[in-house]
Write a protein of this length. Sequence first.
Length: 242
Amino acid sequence: MLPDRSLPTPKAVDCFSLEIIGCKKHLCTLVLALAVALALPACRRATNPTSAGQATPSTAGQASGATESKERQAEVAAKTWSGLLSDLAPGNENPTGGWFALLDAPESSGFATVEYTVFPGPYLGMLDAGEVQVKNPPGQRFDFIDLGLGRADAAWMREIAKVDPPTAARRLDAIDRLLTGVMRSAAKQDARYFYKYIGAWRGQVLTRLAELGPAGDPYTPNERLTKINSLIRAPTMATDLP
């Protein structure tokens, strides 16, 4: 028996049906929850002019620093996901919410560029994939399908209630950046089901951001909702994401 992978539909979210090509008959129609909008440098590598193809010491240092920064962003992203899954673990009656505070880390500014490996699902390969792992450095795998949008939404709403609106808005924006990295990785690996599923997660996060009113306005949640809604309805997957 296939697991129930339908998306819960929060009140703030409309539904639409997505047809996945190649699915078995009972998986051909997939309903994904997504909020509808309320309103609608290329760096040139420095080289030593006297030694073609060799980077200067300063450039080599910058490259090393950039790599280290990327790895740190990936580590913090993985730690954030790990904390969220731990809070949602069956039987955990005292979630710590520590993952929510990590969204204020300086590394969160690069969450959208963190790359993930998407693993084929057991039934239809990438069409039902939902388990991912940060690429570098690799670590724990995270199964977003089993986690579920409804449970995740309840978790971040619980944490939002503990902070002021500006903090809530800033952290919701960081959650959306986390999901952007996962969604882009899914597109690059042709994980169609997962791409649309994570798009639905982003729609719900942006809905919550829009509900914050003036505190959320600087992050343009309605504009981003419209773009995400369009992208997950499109026949192809985009890596250029809002």
